[in-house]
Design a binder for this molecule. Structure first.
Ligand code: ATP
Ligand code: MG
Length: 366
């Protein structure tokens, strides 16, 4: 019995210690203290009977819970760190959850709805989507003219589903070394599992998997087939936390094999901004500055047909900069007005033209 008394005081001390360590962020030490407290509690339980035994066992169980939860945090952190390390070795930026939301994306309502139903809701309401047998997985391809917000909207998706955004630059995966290209692709998917929920984003995918000409190197061929295997193989439960999205403004230059069912089979056209979207773009891109004067958003939207979202962003930045220079020179704090924006619009050409749009139309209709 004397032994038990010593053990009890030991346990009290260990548990106090564990909590102290935990609050100080000393996880290893806290884990060790919980482990020992658990051991002593089991010893006492073994020596006792009835109610006393029950009480000690239940205490031991609670200590075990505290121990396990700390251990699990540890395992999770290890996973995340390993995932990050793999990406570092591939020269891919450390992923994070972007801070862009769907509210920052002007227009593109159809695109947003499509993405909502194919990615965001199935990921957010997993059980419900299983009940309704909603399929998800595989990949999605966004295509459309340059500067229309493809990269931008993928960041917003990652934010909406609170997923890590892994932005893959094709050149960081490609390698001439025998077997290295395929290995890099497998490593990328491994990192995504460790960092899930995650979105793997292949920007400018046409450069990663160009249409086959018959002249490509063996490395390139094997890389493509490895990518197809990985994307096509995302079917198990844990894969449902990984999404693959690709973007391109040259969809006709992509290897067709990647567009087959089960791969990047959801193709979404991201069009240039329409009137309403352009109006919204001007509003959004001027929203952060304080001195805004009289701005006729409707007129600006009217005179900017075929200007992309990126063009409009540039126009706003340039106009703001011009006004700012003027203010610095004169010391006179003047607001940004419609005229300031219009004078920039007249100086730059839209980056989208009719030919380009026809080409996308032909590709979509085909
Ligand atoms: N619909 C939009 N809503 C809000 N901002 C937009 C929109 N479209 C473009 N932009 C702005 O333009 C910038 C460039 O867009 P983004 O890089 O997403 O274009 P992209 O379609 O990926 O072009 P590219 O085909 O050249 O890669 C974005 O960072 C964003 O600030
Ligand atoms: Mg882009």
């Amino acid at each position: 019995m004397k032994d038990d008394a010593t053990n009890i005081s030991k346990i009290t001390k260990l548990l106090k210690e564990a909590i102290n360590y935990e609050t100080q962020g000393k996880k290893e030490e806290a884990i060790e203290s919980y482990k020992n407290a658990h051991k002593y509690l089991l010893e006492i339980a073994k020596n006792s009977k009835g109610e006393e035994r029950k009480k000690r066992l239940s205490q031991a169980e609670n200590v075990l819970k505290a121990y396990n939860s700390l251990k699990n945090v540890d395992i999770n952190e290890d996973k995340i760190n390993n995932g990050k390390k793999i990406l570092q070795s591939l020269n891919i930026e450390t992923p994070e959850i972007p801070n862009i939301t769907f509210n920052d994306v002007a227009g593109l309502e159809d695109v947003k709805n499509e993405i909502m139903s194919k990615i965001i809701y199935p990921m957010r309401y997993k059980e419900l989507s299983e009940e309704y047998d909603i399929e998800f997985g595989g990949g999605m391809l966004l295509f459309g003219p340059p500067g229309t917000g493809k990269t931008f909207i993928v960041k917003a998706i990652a934010n909406e589903v609170k997923a890590n955004f892994i932005n893959v630059n094709p050149s960081s995966l490609y390698s001439q070394w025998f077997g290295q290209f395929e290995k890099n692709i497998s490593l990328l998917f491994k990192a995504a599992y460790l960092l899930s929920p995650a979105i793997i984003f292949f920007d400018e995918i046409d450069t990663l998997v160009p249409k086959r000409s018959g002249n490509e190197s063996d490395a390139a061929k094997r890389g493509v087939s490895q990518l197809l295997t990985e994307v096509g193989g995302l079917t198990s439960e844990k894969d449902k936390n990984i999404f693959i999205i690709a973007a391109t403004n040259n969809p006709w230059a992509i290897d067709e094999a990647i567009l087959r069912p089960g791969r990047f089979d959801v193709k979404i056209y991201v069009p240039p901004p329409d009137y309403e979207a352009r109006k919204k773009l001007f509003e959004l891109k001027l929203a952060k500055i304080k001195p805004v004067g009289n701005i006729d958003y409707g007129h600006l939207a009217e005179i900017t047909e075929k200007y992309s979202g990126a063009d409009i962003e540039f126009i706003c930045k340039k106009a703001i900069q011009n006004v700012f220079m003027e203010v610095v020179k004169t010391g006179n704090k003047i607001p940004v007005n419609s005229e300031d924006l219009m004078s920039v619009i007249y100086q730059i050409k839209p980056s989208i033209d009719e030919n380009m749009l026809n080409r996308y139309k032909m590709y979509t209709d085909a």
